[in-house]
Design a protein around this ligand. Structure first.
Ligand code: N01
Length: 567
């Protein structure tokens, strides 16, 4: 362990006092490092993985692919970058996204700021110094005025325990930690537990490759096709010509996409018209099935039911065995209230002779045995088991780090009854700590690169504002945090989202409070609120203990002022 005091002179990458430590080198971390270093700040990134990529570094499972269109799921901060990069598929697969992020890191010379294979274990705010002390898995201890947590909302792998697992004689893999050298599954009897977005992509990709695939389903999901295929050169040319406009337009829409929800209720048209609209939206693919059909599907149960009925008919029309089709039809949540997995061949896969669907609600999983999995209906013999069992989402990546703010209070303790944040960007009692796409921001309900760029730009502007005004410490007020948290809960309660036991509500993690973790009021609305807060002198934030413009004794001669020149 290298123990350095803030004043020590340290060899890189542990300089005496950094301006910003960035946690994570995925989409959010890379752009943070780019933006903050270009603003003249001394920045060090810490990344658990061996290279850049974040979720795209870890999630190498067969079939891993993005569920947003490639042109959209990419950075907009550099026109040269978006003009020169060519996506081969309409919806990119994991290797190409990872290649893209590697290209971004090289093109903007970001790797030199990042220490790889290094996990941030702890961060404590030193109130006497107004800086963070950060401890990492390689034994280093560094000091930084600010932390930008870009650790991801869907990155902390959830590992449920199963009785008897240690006795299982076969091999096992997690989709979210797939071996880099791949897994040889050819000719194997493979079981997969989990039918969320990861499991669904894995199922349709693996079925043709393995001897037999047994899918253990606890909850059926509504799966939308994306109609993936090679990038259409004409679309590519058009998008590239219109990129500046499309990126700007995305900042005002509900989902951070360059299109908005259509107007009109599903209940305001005839059954024939509705069917035609659903058919058209289904053909658009992916998230557009719901956002391009009607505007009340996530707020009106009756409207939602019409969309559900359309997809039920699709499932029944696609899956040949009626009993299997019924098992695949969700019964416990309105459509869209759990994140819909996207896949073109999922339902068809169950027409294959080498695929078996096991309904864990009817025949619960009892235990692992050496030869496979025993449910209440008997033993399924398996050579390999794949866990596609999800993540401790939204808060997990940060609560797994020992983060301590004022008076040594831990962030995990603060969030033990549900996440509380101001704008999903900062937390009262945790000065100089910013979260990218954090809890109670639109995060996973918006296109992530759009949301990430908006957050990083906002944070950078805030740090530049602090530099301009000589401030050393920023922190939201408890009142602003409380009001934003209350508002977020109120908006969520007005939607159908709380009707599902989803990871949005933390329901997949035993013991986690059932509290909605995402701002559902729409990205455009949220972005405007962030801009208003900034133009009002960062309303709801305190700088050196007071609102901007207010006289404050705390500012004169404090250590924070001494460090303020860096930001
Ligand atoms: O995880 P999930 P995921 N016994 O939590 C089941 C994003 N993503 O990795 O629903 C049996 O959705 C669990 O069952 P249930 C995307 O946002 C994006 O698939 O809790 N089953 C569920 O079926 C996505 O939503 C892309 O009853 C157990 C599954 O495991 C998010 O990541 C691609 C169990 C977990 O599903 C998470 O998706 C992939 C148990 N003990 C993922 N525990 C893109 O395209 C859990 N399950 C960008």
């Amino acid at each position: 362990m290298n123990n350095h005091s803030p004043g020590d002179s340290l060899a890189e990458p542990s300089p005496a006092m950094l301006d910003v430590v960035v946690i994570g080198a995925g989409f959010a971390g890379l752009y943070s490092i780019h933006k903050l270093t270009r603003a003249g700040l001394r920045v060090a990134g810490y990344e658990k993985g061996g290279d850049v990529g974040g979720v795209w570094y870890w999630n190498r499972y067969p079939g891993a692919r993005c569920d947003c269109e490639s042109h959209v799921y990419s950075y907009g901060f550099s026109d040269e970058l978006q003009q020169e990069w060519n996506w081969t598929l309409r919806y990119s697969e994991q290797p190409e996204i990872l290649q893209y992020l590697g290209h971004v890191a090289d093109r903007f010379d970001l790797r030199r700021h990042i220490r790889f294979n290094t996990t941030v274990l702890a961060a404590i705010f030193l109130e006497s110094e107004n800086c963070w002390q950060i401890e990492t898995s390689d034994g280093d201890r560094v000091f930084s005025r600010f932390i930008v947590a870009a650790a991801g909302g869907i990155s902390a792998v959830q590992r449920p325990t199963f009785p008897g697992f240690e006795r299982f004689a076969g091999r096992s893999y997690y989709t979210a930690q797939w071996p880099h050298e791949g897994a040889d599954l050819a000719g194997k009897r493979v079981g997969i537990i989990g039918t969320g977005a990861s499991g669904v992509q894995c199922v349709s990709t693996l079925a043709p490759q393995v001897q037999h695939l047994t899918v253990f389903q606890r909850t059926a999901n509504w799966v939308f096709p994306v109609w993936n295929g090679p990038t259409d050169p004409a679309v590519d040319r058009r998008v590239k010509a219109e990129y500046p406009h499309l990126r700007r337009a995305s900042l005002d829409t509900a989902g951070g996409f360059p299109f908005d929800l259509v107007e009109g209720s599903a209940l305001s048209v005839s059954a024939e018209e509705r069917a035609a609209i659903y058919q058209r939206a289904w053909k658009l693919g992916g998230v557009m099935f719901m956002s391009r059909s009607f505007n009340d599907l996530l707020v009106n149960r009756e409207a939602n039911e019409t969309a559900a009925e359309f997809v039920r008919a699709y499932i029944r029309g696609t899956v040949k065995d009626p009993a299997v089709a019924e098992t695949l039809i969700p019964v416990d949540h309105p459509i869209g209230t759990k994140r819909p997995p996207m896949d073109d061949k999922y339902y068809e896969t169950f027409n294959r002779d080498n695929v078996t669907l096991v309904d864990l609600r009817k025949s619960p999983l009892i235990e692992f045995v050496p030869e496979g999995i025993r449910t209440s209906a008997g033993v399924h013999e398996l050579d390999v088991v794949i866990f596609a069992t999800g993540f401790d989402t939204i808060t997990g990546a940060l609560t797994r780090i020992d983060i301590r703010g004022r008076e040594g209070r831990s962030l995990a303790a603060k969030w033990s009854t549900g996440a509380q944040t101001y704008l999903g960007l900062a937390m009262a009692g945790f000065p100089n700590l910013f979260t990218i796409t954090g809890p109670l921001s639109p995060s996973v309900l918006a296109n992530m690169p759009t949301a990430i760029e908006q957050h990083v730009d906002w944070i950078t502007d805030c740090l530049l504002f602090m530099r301009e005004h000589g401030y050393g410490v920023v922190e939201p007020t408890a009142a602003a945090e409380e009001e934003w948290t209350r508002h977020s809960m109120e908006v969520a309660a007005g939607s159908l989202f709380p009707l599902a036991n989803s990871w949005y509500l933390g329901c997949n993690v035993p013991g986690k409070p059932r509290v909605f973790g995402v701002y559902v009021g729409g990205f455009g609305h949220y972005r405007r609120k962030c801009d208003q807060v900034a133009s009002a002198g960062y309303e709801g934030f305190l700088f050196d203990g007071a609102a901007h413009g207010a006289p404050t004794a705390a500012r004169a001669g404090t250590p924070s002022q001494a460090h303020a020149s860096h930001a």
